[in-house]
Design a protein around this ligand. Structure first.
Ligand code: PMP
Length: 453
């Protein structure tokens, strides 16, 4: 009913040999997408899918959201591009509005084009400010894929067999489900079974001890420029940290001269529901925050937000960025923020996310192939295992499950170290009816999988 585009005919074979695309097709029967409307996608034959992955957590307020589309149209007809050597009101309005979303001194905004570029700039800022070189991130993290970030990103699947740049270290991942010290299964959710530790979760101290060891025994002179961490790991499958970990990590790292860089590329803009930024859920105030993906609802836009004091140190050399936050990108970014405010998007993430995770936990009781359900707001993970064990479900099994769900009209993401975590991070406009539909499909899929394996 909502599909109003032309049906472009059956595409029997799309020639891919000229495309240097690194990713493999997600599905065995590749999906050819044609149109998007809010939480819905339509393929080339007009078949409708509920999008639970949002172009990898990027379509924040909905595909072709009318207000964002209108803002883009208006700007396209007026002026596309200026570069940062000239002034344009949209860029000022946008950066002011974005900065107003941050607590404390986080008021200086650099507009760039991608998450990789944002994290790259964050490494330069941290090094310029502290005068230190070394950087620590967490095992299995993903922060980008430029040659300089090949050391920062730890997840093996994305590391080329070439020497990573020096100066990067990876601390043990404080993963309550698979980490050697266990910990609370679900530290920050508002759902039954969430962490009930009265204060910080005890296990956080053990991981902090290991971080301390790394600083004392591995990092030369024990001086670092920065500690990078997402506030819920995204690519690695919605890994939440034990309560207190991030706060204690920041305190510790500060003693060794380092800044805390919060990568909010996936967790920002109200996705976790409780707060606008994921770091607020942990009670921390980062020194630098990096943003991308959902910031532009699919338009290439990213940002680094920091304090005046840190930005001052960056003036040691000139900084120039041709496209970063040009009028088109700023018009889109501004419209996205307006929509988040006007349509109570964060509140929706909280309410619908809570409902979603509760339904997923009910499914977990029925199907032993579901090892863990976790996450917060609309940043959820469902870890699949061989029934009755913690062994990751094999990739073929996961692929079958994803394929069946897609054939029944629900697109789900995938991630985690063993590629066995279903990633549920939809456009934040989904409603409870959509969740019911998704759960019905997942129920059917898990039933069929369980009966046939
Ligand atoms: N940080 C995180 C947490 C990400 O998930 C990603 C992308 N998956 C990036 C950074 C890099 O963003 P981009 O692909 O825009 O370079």
């Amino acid at each position: 009913k909502e599909y109003n585009g032309p049906v472009i005919g059956k595409l029997n074979k799309l020639k891919a040999e000229n495309m240097p695309v690194v990713m493999n097709d997600f599905y065995k029967k590749p999906l050819v997408l044609h149109q998007g409307r809010m939480q819905w996608l339509f393929d080339h034959e007009g078949k409708r899918y509920l999008d639970l992955f949002a172009g990898i957590v990027t379509v924040s307020v909905g595909h072709c959201h009318p207000k964002v589309t209108a803002a883009l149209h208006e700007q396209i007809d007026t002026l596309w591009h200026t570069t940062s050597i000239y002034r344009h009101p949209k860029i000022y309005e946008y950066t002011e509005q974005l900065a107003s979303k941050f607590p404390g001194d986080l008021k200086v905004v650099y507009l760039v084009n991608s998450g990789t570029e944002a994290n790259d700039l964050a490494t330069i800022l941290a090094r310029a400010y502290t005068g230190n070189y070394d950087i620590i991130s967490l095992q299995s993290c993903y922060h980008g894929n430029s040659s300089s970030l090949l050391g920062l990103t730890a997840t093996q699947a994305y590391r080329f067999p070439i020497p990573a740049p020096p100066g990067f270290y990876h601390a043990m991942l404080p993963d309550p489900y698979r980490g050697i010290w266990g910990g609370c299964r679900d530290s920050y959710s508002q759902v039954p079974g969430a962490c009930s530790c009265p204060g910080d979760c005890d296990t956080s101290d053990k991981y902090i001890h290991q971080l301390n060891e790394l600083l004392e025994n591995s990092v030369p002179r024990g001086r670092i420029a920065a500690f990078f961490a997402e506030t819920i790991q995204g690519v690695n499958g919605a890994i939440q940290f034990p309560k207190g970990y991030l706060r204690k990590a920041q305190e510790l790292v500060k003693k060794y001269g380092g800044l805390y860089v919060a990568d909010e590329v996936q967790t920002g803009f109200g996705r976790t529901g409780e707060n606008f930024w994921g770091f607020q859920n942990h009670g921390v105030q980062p020194d630098i925050v990096t943003l991308a993906k959902g910031i532009g609802n699919g338009f290439p836009l990213a940002a680094v937000v920091t304090t005046k004091e840190i930005a001052e140190a960056h003036k040691k050399a000139a900084y120039f960025n041709t496209f970063g936050g040009n009028p088109l990108a700023s018009a889109v970014g501004k419209a996205v923020l307006d929509v988040i405010e006007e349509e109570n998007v964060q509140q929706n993430s909280k309410q619908v996310g809570k409902y979603f995770i509760e339904q997923l936990m009910d499914l977990q009781k029925k199907y032993p192939v579901i090892g863990d359900v976790r996450g917060q707001g609309l940043m959820l993970g469902v870890e699949l295992v061989k029934a009755g064990t913690k062994d990751p479900l094999n990739v073929e099994g996961v692929a079958d499950i994803l394929e069946m769900a897609k054939d029944l009209g629900v697109m789900i993401g995938r991630g985690g170290r063993w590629n066995n975590v279903l990633r549920i991070k939809p456009p934040m406009c989904i409603n409870k009816g959509d969740v019911d539909f998704a759960i019905t499909v997942m129920d059917t899929v898990f039933k069929s999988y369980t009966e046939n394996h």
